[in-house]
Every structure is written in structure tokens, then in C-alpha cells.
Design a protein around this ligand. Sequence first.
Ligand SMILES: Nc1ncnc2c1ncn2[C@@H]1O[C@H](COP(=O)(O)OP(=O)(O)OP(=O)(O)O)[C@@H](O)[C@H]1O
Ligand SMILES: [Mg+2]
Length: 341
Amino acid sequence: MSDEQTGGKSHMADAAIRIEGLRKTYRGGRGQPEKHALKGIDLTVPRGSVFGLLGPNGAGKSTLINILAGLVVKSAGAVSIWGYDQDQNPRQSRVAIGVMPQELNLDPFFTPRGALEVQAGLYGVPKAERRSDEILELVGLSDKAEAYARTLSGGMRRRLLLAKALVHHPKILVLDEPTAGVDIELRQMLWANVRKLNEQGVTIILTTHYLEEAQEMCDEIAIINSGEKIAQDSTANLLGRMDRRTMVILPDAPVQNLPTAENVTAALRDDGNLVLQYHSNQTSAESVLESVRQAGIRIRDVRTEEADLEDVFLALTSSSADDLVADDPAQPRRGLHRVKL
Ligand SMILES: Nc1ncnc2c1ncn2[C@@H]1O[C@H](COP(=O)(O)OP(=O)(O)OP(=O)(O)O)[C@@H](O)[C@H]1O
Ligand SMILES: [Mg+2]
């Protein structure tokens, strides 16, 4: 359906989240300058996706998520959640989303079951539709249902935060660093639940500092840095943008001479394997192999390694891991020039 037919609403309806020109400036207290945590972010999260929001400490991820959750008030911009504008339809937009925050903000005097009941009440879930026991079971907290929250371990508190986010069956589930400091069992439980919920049609937005996790879990990724979005693409495309290649060669006999070729770095590893690094847009694999043959090395086996998300992330953000430097609008947008986007 075209925009004309729907009065311009069709493109709103296909996104889980649509953010335009989002800004957040925290007031500085105690002689501190104000902080521009978000500097005009545009972001669209497709429905049904597992969407990763990545960026170094202080990039603005939690600020963005807390604005979605209604916990932080934005300074400027428009946010629509499941097609509902946050300002015009605050109730519908709030009901569409469940947020597991980064901070452990639990009332110490509630039991897990009590906390879920209160949360269900806040969201107007009728008694007959409440599934507290089911959700406690899902997050592995059934045996702690009647324990005071203050007696729960850190990992159990995280489970309870996830349970609270699920109480009103939101269409969008947002997880802010769900696996920071949690044990392997909880991490596996979380990802199994995320996959299951996503299969049931829930859109997932998550932040994580474990890039392997993001690479494995997310269909699409946005990278933010110093309050600005510096990349957004499918995980596959993001990885495809990096043209750095590593070729590892298992030689037939111990290597006597390292191959030499322009724009190729060669090194011998302790295990006797030869490691060659090059850029695929500068150098062909054929010419790398040719230089190996010219050095008199016979190749028993060969494999190549492509860049992973960590490489992409570092290339995009490493030049600006300087949150301590005051914001200077005269400075060029840092990081962007480091890789071709
Ligand atoms: N309540 C606040 N008052 C003032 N400044 C704040 C406040 N909350 C966050 N900030 C600042 O805003 C910036 C963004 O913080 P935010 O918590 O959104 O980062 P983040 O990307 O979630 O980082 P992390 O990976 O460490 O969780 C930081 O410089 C932070 O110091
Ligand atoms: Mg954060």
C-alpha cells in the first residue's frame, strides 16, 4: 500500500520502533557541564527482528533505552513504538514495550510473585490473564517465588527483572546488557528465552558488550558512539564491510624464508603456521598465494579468516573512546573515516 493511500501511515506501521532526531541533554550538577548524551539519533527497528544496539561505555545506549521505557524524558525528537507516538499515545506506546533495565532497581520488600502481581496491576493486566507462575517458571525462579527480593542473588534479580518485563506480554522486549556479570546457566537461559520469544513474534532489542553474542543473536545492528549513530546494517553486511583477511597456511616443511609482497604482512607462528594479513580490495588471494610459492613454501593446507564484529566495532569506535573530552561540535565526526561505509 502506498503512503498516499494510508495518509503516510504505512511506513510507520512496519517498524517496531521509529526514532527521529532524538536528543537528550542531562543537566550538569555540582559545577559539571551539561551532557549531550544523545545528539540527534534516527533509528528504525524492523518488526520481528533481533536488533543489537552496540557502543562503548557512555555511548548513550541506556539513555536511549530508558527513553523508550519512559524512564528518562527526552530533550527533543520523536519516538514511536509499534506505530504509537510516545507523546500522543503514551499509554499504547508504553504497553507495547517491556524493558529489562541495566540497573537492578527492585523493591527489596517484594517477593518475586508479589513484584509480578504489582507490575501486572500497573499495566492493567486482568487477574484472569495473569501468568505469574508461568513466567517465574520460564526464568527459573519458581522456587524463589516467595523470597524477599533483597535475599536474591544478583543473577536471580536479573531473572526477576526479565520476568517483570514480560508480565504484560509486550510486542517489543528490550534487554539492556542482560548478560553482564551473569553465569553461564543464566546466559543460556536468557538466550534460549530470547530465541523462543522472537520465534513467537516478539521484536527483541538488546545491548551487549559481548560482540560474539551480538554477532550470533542479532539480525541487525546499530552502533552508537558519543551520542551519535555511526552505523546501522544487517549483521552480515556490517561484517562484509571489513575487507581485512587473514590467510593461515600450514606449510609442507618448516618455513625458511618469509614471503614478501606489497601490502601483505607475513609472520610465522610458534606452531609453524604462516599467517598472512591483507586487504581483499588491495590484494587478491591469488597474489598472496603466489608470494608464498615464490618464497619456496609448499602449501599443505590453507584457510582464511574474515573480520568479526569486534574488528568492525573497534574500527568504528576506537578513535573516539574519549568520553572525557568535552564535546566540540567543530570536531569532525570521529570514527567514521576509519572504515569505508
Ligand atoms: N542521570 C544522568 N545525569 C547526567 N549524565 C548522565 C545521566 N545518565 C547518563 N549520563 C551520561 O550520559 C552518557 C550516556 O550514558 P548511558 O548510560 O546512556 O551510556 P551507555 O551507552 O548505556 O553506557 P554503558 O555501556 O556503560 O552502559 C554518559 O556520559 C553518562 O555519564
Ligand atoms: Mg548502559
